[in-house]
Ligand binder design. Structure first.
Ligand code: FE2
Length: 292
């Protein structure tokens, strides 16, 4: 059995300096100061990290929004956290929109988290998609994080990545293919300004080439939807924020998901175990579901 943990949307924020508050970062800080700072707590993240480490996982996927405003000190703090989670061989990271918050921060994820964002082929970090093979599992990592205007949090994969994505799915056929992307493949109209802009094209590649599991974050909700594949439906599973102290509007309390992946006969089996922080501060299983 291969056990994969999926964490997302840590939003590890640090108090910015005055000079760092120009433009979108200033608006973002007001938003953070008014509410989000009471939701995303280091203490919650620490207890969830401890819970992950107490279980026998083979690999951890972190699907973006590790930080909040793409400040250099935030990248460095997230790097320190990653090192507590595990070595780059056993932890795979992709960026979210908050990791590429402003244009001046482009390249930050590669600079600070590069060895957690690199494929087996040795290509430089920042080359997406990248592919990691671990014991019959293929992790195919996409980047949808890019700077946007104020009050927007859209993501985009882009044609170049989509072409390479299709190739990666073909090259890993027969392995258990796990696709990592920050933005959900489909968003409701209410999240139009937070959607994956080329979600249709993303789903078309999956429908043509197939995959076994899609993991995403961004919405801070536990969610499962089923996407079309060439011969079977593909589960797309969203993780809650791994730092949320409590539920917030439509969002779940802090938690993460575990996937137990096995080969039975000629078929892959995958069971999802959702773990969540309760009001008593303890983390426990809240859902168990066979996906494949
Ligand atoms: Fe996000």
């Amino acid at each position: 059995m291969f056990v994969l943990a999926h964490l997302s949307d840590l939003h590890m924020a640090l108090r910015p300096r005055l000079l760092e508050l120009a433009g979108k970062r200033g608006l973002g800080y007001i938003n953070w100061h008014r509410g989000r700072k009471y939701i995303h707590l280091r203490e919650t993240l620490a207890s969830i990290t401890q819970d992950v480490k107490s279980l026998a996982t083979d690999h951890v996927a972190v699907t973006g929004d590790l930080i909040n405003m793409s400040l250099p000190r935030e990248y460095a703090a997230a790097r320190a956290w990653l090192e507590t989670l595990g070595p780059p061989h056993d932890v795979t990271v992709i960026p979210g929109n908050h990791d590429a918050y402003v244009r001046s921060a482009l390249g930050g994820p590669e600079k600070y988290w590069g060895d957690y964002m690199r494929g087996d082929d040795g290509a430089p970090s920042g080359t997406f998609p990248f592919v990691r093979r671990r014991n019959g599992i293929a992790l195919i990592a996409l980047s949808s994080g890019l700077p946007t205007g104020p009050f927007m949090a859209t993501g985009q994969i882009g044609n170049r990545q989509l072409v390479r994505f299709a190739q990666a799915l073909e090259q890993t056929s027969g392995l258990f293919r796990v696709v990592l992307i920050h933005h959900p493949p489909v968003s409701p109209p209410s999240r139009h300004l937070r959607r994956l802009v080329d979600g249709t094209e993303f789903r078309q590649v999956l429908a043509a080439h197939g995959a076994d599991l899609v993991l995403h974050g961004h919405d801070h909700c536990r969610a499962i939807l089923w996407l079309d594949g060439p011969d079977k439906k593909i589960p797309a599973v969203g993780a809650p924020s791994a730092s949320a102290r409590t539920t917030h509007r439509h969002e779940n309390a802090g938690g993460y998901n575990l996937f137990q992946i096995t080969m039975e006969g000629n078929a892959w089996r995958c069971e999802m175990l959702a773990r969540e922080r309760g009001t008593d501060g303890n983390i426990g299983e809240v859902e168990r579901r066979a996906l494949l």
